[in-house]
Design a protein around this ligand. Sequence first.
Ligand code: AHG
Ligand code: MN
Ligand code: MN
Length: 336
Amino acid sequence: MAVNRKVQTLDEFTIQQLRDVPNATGELSHLLRNIGLAAKRVNTEVNKAGLVDILGDVGTVNVQGEEVKKLDVFANEQFTGVLSHGIACAGIASEELDDYVPFDDVKSNNSKYVCVFDPLDGSSNIDVNVSIGTIFGVYKRKTPIGTVVTKEDFLQAGNKQVAAGYIVYGSSTMLVYATRRGVQGFTLDPSIGEWTLSHPDIKCPEKGKIYSVNHGNFFQYEEKVRNYINECQHKTKANGGPYTQRYIGSMVSDVHRNLIKGGIFMYPGTTDKPNGKLRLLYECNPFAFIMSVAGGRATNGKTRILDIEPTELHQRTPLYIGSKLMMDELETYLNA
Ligand code: AHG
Ligand code: MN
Ligand code: MN
């Protein structure tokens, strides 16, 4: 088989980046590598999701004698397990767990990063073969290296992230991650099990034609939001339209598409849930970081998402995120 050396792997890319940073320790590269490893395991399981009914229902014992777990529980165990056994993460907080988890062993306590994640995003789409994802954010801990991490290491504003990313388990599987230096997209080559650089230096187009929102909640949104959605529906060619509506119901897939094509994604507060549905730490902050490095923006309607000081691990926030000029236009409605 001919060797294709045009392909650059995730490891090669992060090691090459290290060469430009004189005092780098390689710990972040190691952490990304571990996230990539956990994601590959989840990917394998996601690809088998349709077989659960054949191999055994959730909660039953499958043909290998293993208990069949819900995919979001499985994903959570993979990410937590891989990161706790690595040397580059001192603890995690996950959407699936009530509290944060300090790893509390010598090698973990000596690492400088903590990680927050939504192990499986879009879980309502698992059973219907629609793209789902994983979202993660990485922070430098606030407590001293060598000690056990505490809650304050996780309750940091999104602007303190050193890296953030997501995996989309779609028609192909992609890992996209951002540091302050740029956003890079890698596609999994399943034949060799490697993440290969396919989307270098992703920039979100300043303007797009896609708006993504759950229209079913329309009459529960506040008037200013409804006015903006009306505007999206009435765009003519003369003022940049017509817009098109796309809403998968997996935030990872919806925001990934809008990041690449240009667009705006909204999960506003509703009369029942004034803070909306999405979690600040596990969903909004990582995407706000990625989008801002890519040239876009994210807000809760009043404050930049990245500037919100979290008070609880699982707090929710309304979210508006996307292309810069579309966000500007949205804000003329929200500030009216
Ligand atoms: P999760 O599966 O992690 O609970 O997240 C699902 C989220 C998000 O991915 C998506 O954008 C949103 O829920 C969709 O919610 P609605 O069905 O209320 O529109
Ligand atoms: Mn989610
Ligand atoms: Mn989830």
